[in-house]
Design a protein around this ligand. Structure first.
Ligand code: SF4
Ligand code: SF4
Ligand code: SF4
Length: 338
């Protein structure tokens, strides 16, 4: 039997769901086992980083990196895995777009620390916050440096493939495993660099709900708990914000199928740069705000838009670090304070 390939999986700033997702592929995991040895997977076993650092460059065939880049350790390991791997996959929305940790880009490190170790801490009266270097009688302790800004994986290293999803679905993982297995066993070519392992369509294209085709209009916005949604009709047509029009397909529209609006975890479609901006524009036209014939006054527009609770969390739940906004909110706030 041919020598097994080596694979690695690392958890940066994320929740661990992506690590579990890899196990969800059930029997497909045997395909992975048949062709690969896992050489580094901190959540799975006690592999040592220095052992990976000592490996020859490009000796790991595929590394799956999940989680965003929140601190210096995340960045260091991303760089090590990049150097040691032939293929590096940004696995999950946090690695691809910053994900939910990326929402912290509306603030900065000082304010995060003030909240976590100060105002919200229940047992830290002196507000002691972690320091990168601390001297103790036994020597100096070192912690990773917490960054001001959450970054995506491709902001710190070159990425070969992107697999979005929070976490990526079993079918997408299985697709990637198949592609790698065929490449290793049959010499089949890998997809072009930069490929997003998902669909090029929008989520609405794979959603079974019926949409209004002509003159789509909504009068007001509802939270999903405020109305009993018709299970067959498009949620957006019923006034519930569903990010489907601005979201890449590939998950099988699992949330709308379960009567829940899409939150956009697959990220923007191929055609748009900014998922939140694209959704905002779709919503504005549904609300008759952008239409040149709109007769709405500024007050009426304001009233409609105020129905969107938590706009940033609604439109940029997974993609703030990758958006055109990035962290301008803080910049503006700093200017105001200055
Ligand atoms: S993409 Fe979702 S499941 Fe994966 S680490 Fe981020 S928050 Fe967790
Ligand atoms: S907006 Fe949501 S519910 Fe409507 S078709 Fe698109 S994905 Fe389905
Ligand atoms: S429906 Fe939307 S939020 Fe739900 S899994 Fe698919 S992309 Fe993610």
């Amino acid at each position: 039997m041919a020598e097994k390939i080596k694979i690695a999986q690392y958890w940066g700033a994320g929740c661990g769901g992506c690590d579990v997702a890899l196990l969800d592929i059930d029997a497909k995991i045997l395909d992975v086992h048949a062709i690969a040895d896992v050489v580094f997977w901190p959540i799975g076993f006690d592999g040592k980083l220095h052992e990976v650092e000592a490996m020859p460059d490009k000796s790991i065939t595929v590394s799956f990196y999940n989680g965003a880049i929140r601190n210096s350790e995340n960045e260091h390991i991303a760089k090590v895995l990049r150097e040691k791997s032939v293929v590096l996959i940004a696995f999950g929305s946090c690695a691809c777009f910053g994900g939910t940790p990326g929402l912290a880009n509306v603030t900065n490190r000082d304010e995060v620390f003030k909240t976590v170790y100060g105002t919200e801490s229940t047992d830290n009266p002196k507000g002691i916050a972690p320091q990168p270097h601390v001297k103790v009688p036994e020597g100096e302790l070192e912690l990773p440096t917490f960054y001001d800004t959450v970054k995506t994986l491709d902001e710190v290293v070159d990425v070969d493939y992107f697999m979005p999803g929070c976490p990526p679905t079993v079918n997408l993982i299985a697709m990637a495993v198949d592609a790698v297995a065929k490449h290793v066993t049959e010499g089949a070519p890998l997809p072009p660099k930069g490929t997003v392992i998902a669909s090029d369509k929008t989520l609405c294209d794979e959603c079974p709900r019926e949409r209004v085709e002509k003159d789509r209009r909504i009068e007001r916005i509802y939270q999903s708990y405020e109305i009993k949604a018709d299970p067959k009709k498009c949620l957006l047509d019923q006034g519930i914000i569903c990010i489907g029009p601005a979201t890449r397909a590939g998950c099988g529209a699992m949330c709308p199928k379960a009567n829940m609006p899409c939150r956009g975890c697959m990220g923007p479609t191929k055609a748009v740069m900014d998922q939140g901006g694209s959704m905002l524009s779709a919503l504005s036209s549904l609300l008759n705000i952008t239409d040149s014939e709109s007769k709405l006054s500024e007050e009426q527009i304001m009233e409609l838009m105020l129905q969107v609770k938590d706009p940033l969390g609604t439109f940029y739940a997974f993609t703030l670090p990758k958006s055109l906004l990035k962290r301008t909110v803080t910049e503006r706030r700093k200017k105001k304070q200055g």
